[in-house]
Design a protein around this ligand. Structure first.
Ligand code: AR6
Length: 352
């Protein structure tokens, strides 16, 4: 199933730019976190390469021309090229080079480029003793990603813990559990509740009737019956009346559902936008609560491995979630710095 990744390569570029001239532990952590997110979201590095003579011959390329082939689909990465390196004479060590965009790679001398996903290249680099690390964007806002940093990123990373989006009908999703925006009597109703009861079948009504209802903010679990999902977690969102305590009830719904899921060894869970239909909770605030609780929960339980899917029934709701998320990401990454960018090659120093 294709869920939409949350982040693009800007999660690396922004914190690197923001750290320029102001490198400290905090800015470095922001960059490493960006690299970890990029790795989990299928982002790629553009790495300059040197083709072997055999590959040049086989591809019919003339060594004397300035031709700059993009060999992505033409060559075998195991045999046809080596990655270009920057040699640091001071330490006599080699650094690999990676660009985050075509624009960045064009700031320096041209080279054939190989595009490689971060999840592929980072573990490989971690295993090569002869390489000191990767210089990201050496002709622009260079950042030296040491091997020890890559090892740390891989150590703390759990690729199973992520947030995804899905556009459509939650009853079609093949995940461990889907969440139902139910009512306190658990009797079934309209909206997503009605759709879930209809697909899960009559056995769900019977199971729900034996649960003794569910208070606002609480969560209860049943099997998924005729659904593709193994379980249904029923939670009751607050009816929005503008009294002020609705936000904490809605947060409880997400929190209790995630905790209950973990108790049942559930590792993928899809949420609808609880309370935003018949219960009239404003969508933007609801999305912000949902994303906030989910990201905090994933951070707190980073060892567990949980895929949280936000299933948006229509494009408007998906737009709202993505806008809220992008605002949250902006708060994590300081805004772009204005001012000239140093285009000189910055060779990393061993004691940096
Ligand atoms: N898949 C995903 N999302 C859906 C689907 C679906 N098949 N159908 C609707 N939505 P609502 P609430 C979205 O009204 O506000 C019931 O009668 C919908 O677009 O289902 O928590 C219960 O029995 C909206 O964004 O739930 C309760 O009485 C979101 O799901 C009451 O409604 C929630 O809308 C609960 O109201």
């Amino acid at each position: 199933m294709a869920f939409q990744p949350l982040y693009d390569i800007s999660v690396i570029e922004k914190p690197i730019k923001a750290a320029l001239g102001n490198e400290n532990t905090e800015t470095t952590i922001a960059i490493l976190e960006g690299i970890r997110l990029a790795m989990n979201n299928y982002c790629t590095f553009r790495m300059p390469i040197v083709l072997t003579d055999e590959a040049i011959e086989r591809l019919g390329l003339n060594e004397d021309t300035d031709e700059n082939p993009n060999p992505d689909e033409m060559v075998d990465p195991e045999h046809d090229f080596t990655l270009r390196t920057l040699h640091n004479d001071e330490t006599n060590k080699d650094w690999l080079v990676a660009f985050t965009s075509e624009e960045e790679s064009k700031k320096g001398p041209e080279s054939a480029i190989y595009t490689v996903p971060l999840f592929d290249i980072l573990p490989r680099v971690a295993g090569i003793d002869a390489v000191e690390g990767i210089v990201i964007n050496p002709w622009g806002t260079a950042f030296t990603l040491r091997r020890s940093m890559i090892e740390e990123i891989l150590r703390i990373n759990n690729p199973e813990s992520q947030i995804f989006f899905n556009l459509g009908d939650i009853t079609t999703l093949e995940c461990d559990a889907i969440v139902n925006a139910a009512n306190e009597r658990l009797t079934g109703g309209g909206g997503v509740d009605g759709a879930i009861h209809q697909v899960a079948g009559k056995r769900l009504n019977k199971a729900c009737s034996e649960l003794g209802g569910c208070k606002t903010g609480e969560a209860k679990i049943t099997k998924g019956y005729d659904l593709k999902a193994r379980y249904i977690i029923h939670t009751v969102g607050p009816v929005y009346k503008g009294k002020g305590d609705e936000a904490s009830y809605l947060a409880e719904c997400y929190l209790n559902s995630l905790n209950l899921a973990m108790e049942h060894n559930i590792h993928s869970i899809a949420f609808p936008a609880i309370s935003t239909g018949a219960y009239k909770f404003p969508a933007e605030e609801a999305a912000s609560i949902a994303l906030d609780i989910a990201s905090q929960w994933l951070e707190l339980h980073s060892e567990y491995g949980m895929q949280v899917i936000f299933c948006c029934h229509d494009q408007d709701m998906l737009d709202i979630y993505q806008r809220v998320l992008s605002d949250m990401t902006k708060q994590m990454n300081p805004p772009d710095l204005q001012g000239p960018v140093d285009l000189a090659l910055q060779i990393p120093k061993a004691d940096e």
